[in-house]
Write a protein that binds this ligand. Structure first.
Ligand SMILES: [Fe+2]
Ligand SMILES: [Fe+2]
Length: 222
């Protein structure tokens, strides 16, 4: 099922685990057949770092919002950026991370390709048409659509942002945007935290950013 989007920021009465994300990798092996089906697509744009870390954050968010369909969230975050594997690699950095990057044509293309990949890989693994349609509805527009359509969509969006607050995310994303780590950390606080849709994600982002700022010595390395 898909859960109606509550008012944002979406409140939780659960305690959120704010330990380093490396301490709680994604659980279980139920998604391993999907991972195995998209190995070539994980080689693009560091998806083999971005997607597993984002899945680990998605599972923390699902623990904070038990009314969400966790399988839908987990599968959607796993697949959401696989479309980068089927677009022109050269254009990923030249268009996807400069100028009006959120509206670049390449962004729409990676979303479209991601939807096609979900429709390709999920049915042979036993996922039914209704489930696949709900995964595709989240992947479609995940970067370019201004609003979330459901609670599950909101959790995927927040997990997609949260990985950047970990030092691995800062290392990769700051180089994509050609920024130094301190400036990128400042951008995370100023631009990405306000975009988060759930209270749990704001808590996670705040603690993780504080930890990364200290680890990377951004107070002096700026
Ligand atoms: Fe994306
Ligand atoms: Fe992403």
């Amino acid at each position: 099922m898909t859960t109606a989007l509550p008012p944002t920021p979406i409140a939780t009465d659960r305690t959120v685990d704010t330990s380093p994300i490396s301490l709680t990798p994604a659980t279980g092996t139920d998604l391993d057949p999907i991972w195995a089906a998209v190995i070539p697509e994980t080689r693009a744009r560091s998806n083999d770092i971005h997607l597993p870390i984002s899945l680990a954050y998605a599972e923390r968010l699902c623990a904070a919002y038990p009314m969400a369909d966790a399988l839908l969230v987990r599968v959607a975050i796993l697949l959401h950026d696989t479309g980068w594997g089927r677009v022109d690699e050269e254009r990923i950095l030249s268009e996807g991370f400069s100028g009006d990057w959120r509206r670049a044509a390449i962004r729409y293309e990676h979303e479209k390709q991601g939807c096609l990949i979900a429709r390709e890989v999920l049915p042979p693994l036993g996922y039914d048409d209704d489930f696949v349609a709900r995964v595709v509805a989240i992947i479609d527009g995940h970067d370019t659509r201004p609003e979330a359509k459901s609670l599950e969509d909101a959790l995927v969006r927040d997990a997609d942002r949260l990985w950047r607050f970990d030092h691995a995310g800062i290392a990769l994303a700051s180089s994509w945007f050609r920024m130094d780590p301190a400036s990128y950390c400042d951008r995370l606080a100023a631009e990405i935290v306000p975009e988060l849709l759930t209270e749990a994600a704001v808590t996670l982002a705040t603690v993780e950013l504080e930890r990364s700022n200290r680890l990377l010595k951004t107070g002096v390395l700026r």
